[in-house]
Design a protein. Structure first.
Length: 360
């Protein structure tokens, strides 16, 4: 039996899920700005849950399964991919990670897709964001859910997960119950706030690609800030343009990632935007139209407030703590995760990347 907590650090909210022997006991959603404004208060909130065997902490781009007492400042810079003082991105996430690491709680920081041994090396070439740690957590929950729905073993699951977040869109391929490929929010399709993969010539013309630029250029930049529910049906030309780019980008990601998981007969939608019926239904229609024999499912989980990624983080923590999900975590190779996000660069050197992060 394990009593664990998973944390999902999103652009809009930071979500907390607790499992006690696999059963939900904690389900919370906090505005990101509020949670990051006072990391000590956030830690007190976690400690108020009582005895905890393990906390899967917010891990950014991921770390190779490091305990809080093992984490250095270098690790934190690699996890958030920002030098000290960088104002873009999720400001304050590093401070929260540092506070959790020193809190005395049994915290573990978990890997991103690029750290996993199940992803072939050739898919990692010149890649950093193949899916952040929270996307791995969402995939963990999706494996468990598909196995239950189809009444199959974990190692018989196969799907493409499309995470439609409040800022980014990402996708992950799963085959044989293991993550085999992925495109992260900063290297994948257009998101609600983020542009996704940048054209190299745009990066050249920009002169300097700041962290804040990675979080811009998406649907909100094209069609303006508006409720997601109106996205599909809006008569406004710029909103129609934004929806066409957003929807087609997600469908293209599915088509591309099925190459890495040809046995996938299911596409699973997750994330904040996937909860919007109009968006979900229209994406499902488009996906089925280009991928014959594929069905589309919604990742549901068991929480009412916290995200699926937060619940997936708790499932991962449960498995690492020797709980009921240990076989799933063992299959995924989470403990065998290794390396850094800078290990597969050829277009720039690792030293250049480290210099940008202030790592000597």
């Amino acid at each position: 039996m394990a009593r664990v907590i998973g944390i999902d650090p999103g652009t809009i909210s930071i979500d907390i899920c607790g499992l006690d022997d696999g059963r939900l006991f904690l389900d919370e959603c906090l505005p990101t700005a509020e949670a990051l404004r006072d990391p000590a208060a956030f830690v007190r909130r976690v400690k108020a849950a009582g005895r905890i065997d393990l906390v899967a902490g917010p891990s950014g781009y991921g770390l190779p399964c490091l305990r809080g007492d093992q984490v250095t400042d270098r690790d934190l810079r690699l996890a958030v991919l920002a030098a000290e003082g960088e104002s873009g991105g999720i400001g304050g996430l590093r401070a929260l990670m540092r506070t959790l690491a020193g809190s005395g709680l049994p915290v573990v920081f978990t890997p991103g897709v690029i750290h996993l041994p199940s992803v072939p090396a050739h898919r990692k070439v010149n890649r950093i964001d193949m899916g952040t740690a929270d996307k791995v957590c969402a995939a963990v929950l999706a494996i468990r859910e598909q196995a239950a729905r189809r009444r199959c073993r974990f190692d018989e699951t196969a799907f493409v997960l499309v995470e439609l977040g409040g800022a980014f869109t990402a996708a992950i391929s799963v085959s044989g119950g293991r993550i085999v490929d992925g495109v992260g929010g900063s290297s994948g399709p257009l998101g609600m706030r983020a542009s996704g993969a940048l054209d190299g010539e745009i990066a050249f013309l920009a002169g300097r690609v700041s962290k804040s630029m990675i979080f811009a250029g998406g649907v909100a930049s094209i069609g303006g800030e508006a409720d997601v529910e109106s996205l599909v049906t809006s008569p406004l030309p710029q909103r129609r343009l934004a929806w066409a780019a957003y929807a087609e980008g997600a469908v293209k990601a599915v088509a591309a990632l099925r190459t890495s998981a040809p046995d996938a007969r299911e596409v699973i939608l997750s994330g904040r935007v996937a909860r919007v019926a109009g968006v979900r239904d229209e994406l499902a229609r488009r996906i089925v139209a280009i991928a014959r024999g594929v069905t589309v499912e919604l990742l549901r989980g068991s929480t009412s407030l916290a995200t699926q990624a937060a619940e997936g983080a708790a499932v991962l923590a449960d498995g690492l703590a020797g709980g009921v999900h240990a076989p799933l975590v063992d299959l995924l190779g989470i403990r065998q995760s290794h390396g850094t996000v800078l290990d597969h660069l050829y277009v720039i050197s690792r030293q250049q990347a480290q210099h940008a992060l202030g790592i000597t």
